[in-house]
Design a protein around this ligand. Structure first.
Ligand SMILES: Cc1cc2nc3c(=O)[nH]c(=O)nc-3n(C[C@H](O)[C@H](O)[C@H](O)COP(=O)(O)O)c2cc1C
Length: 322
């Protein structure tokens, strides 16, 4: 399938794996890229420029296809060495960067000068327009359904995507709630040029995370995610568990007085315990409502093949017959 996104990134299928903390390692990025999509290494999980350089080198050993690095810009008292991370991305010749979080304007000139394509992930039409105006090549439009940080506007993709299509000139992909060929065709009907997936890619054989995480997604329904940290204007969609219930109890009790320090036990440093050790009650971890559509743990290659053949079947048979 040829779209503006496959052309822009030099990939076969318009399917992107979004950056995911402690999930987006070289193994997953390479598997997605080898299957014809665009895989993504999560920059901040590596932490230092040296470790990121090493991870990029590992990924290059596993694939000769294009892949991306995600740079998430978070408010932080001790910010990561973003210039150092960017230098390694440029030196290694990584062709695509997925930015997320804050406006990436500060770092865009260096990336663009190096010929890197930048896709900015954001959760509103106004942020998408901003991304276009500062020179991003594409946008990943992340609807309210998404796993991770859906922003504070709560606009689901059935509204957000056509609104983005009305306003944007640069191509965009649909992100949040995407799982299969139905998602892809629907997203394209609403104006997107492809789709970005997070949660669906975790439940694959290639995702380098504990089996318990994959099974938790398969066992979850669309009713099992919760929104946390709204009062901190840092809303996150997570899979419900004991730690999340505890956190929500604190939110209820403290209301607007809640501070980040009050929930450190439930959110700080919990990803390695969950993703690598499989201790599922260790804390809150991002997961999308799309878990309700995930019922298997295929290889990435089979997942992408199935998505593309289902999309083809829908376009050529179901839609043609109306
Ligand atoms: C476990 C997990 C961790 C994530 N970590 C990040 C991250 O570090 N940076 C980022 O930009 N997005 C992150 N995301 C968001 C994904 O890249 C993607 O935008 C989102 O999962 C799309 O929604 P979906 O889960 O419904 O597919 C994360 C998502 C999940 C599920």
């Amino acid at each position: 399938m040829k779209t503006k996104i496959t052309e822009l990134f030099g990939i076969e299928h318009p399917i992107i794996q979004g950056g995911m903390h402690h999930v987006g390692f070289a193994e997953l990025a390479a598997a997605v890229s080898n299957a014809g999509g665009l895989g993504t290494i999560t920059g901040l999980t590596q932490g230092t420029p040296e470790k990121l350089a090493n991870e990029i080198a590992r990924c290059k050993e596993m694939t000769d296809k294009p892949f991306a690095v995600n740079l998430t810009f978070l408010p932080s008292l001790t910010p990561p060495d973003y210039p150092g991370l960017i230098k390694e991305i440029i030196d290694a010749g990584v062709p695509v960067v997925e930015t997320a979080g804050r406006n990436p304007a500060e770092y865009l000139p260096a990336l663009k000068e190096a010929g890197i394509k930048v896709i900015h992930k954001c959760t509103s039409v106004r942020h998408s327009i901003k991304a276009q105006s500062i020179g991003c090549d594409a946008v990943s439009v992340d609807g309210f359904e998404c796993g991770g940080h859906p922003g504070e506007d709560d606009i689901p993709n059935f509204i957000l995507l056509p609104r983005a299509a009305e306003e944007l000139e640069i191509p965009f992909v649909a992100s949040g709630g995407m799982a299969d060929g139905r998602s892809l065709v629907a997203a394209m009907a609403l104006g997107a040029e492809g789709m970005n997936m997070g949660t669906r890619f975790i439940a694959t054989q290639d995702a380098p995370v504990h089996q318990n995480v994959k099974e938790a997604i398969v066992n979850a329904t669309e009713l099992d995610t919760r929104l946390i940290m709204r009062s901190l204007t840092n809303t996150e969609r997570v899979l419900n568990n004991e730690a999340v219930e505890r956190l929500m109890e604190k939110e209820k009790r403290l209301g607007d007085d809640l501070k980040f320090e009050d929930i450190l036990d439930e959110v700080a440093g919990v990803y390695p315990k969950i993703m690598h050790e499989g201790t599922m009650e260790a804390g809150a971890w991002s997961c999308g409502m799309v878990a309700g559509l995930v019922n298997d743990i295929p290889t990435v290659q089979d997942l992408i093949n199935n998505i593309m053949s289902q999309a083809d079947e829908i376009i050529k048979t179901r839609l043609q017959n109306f």
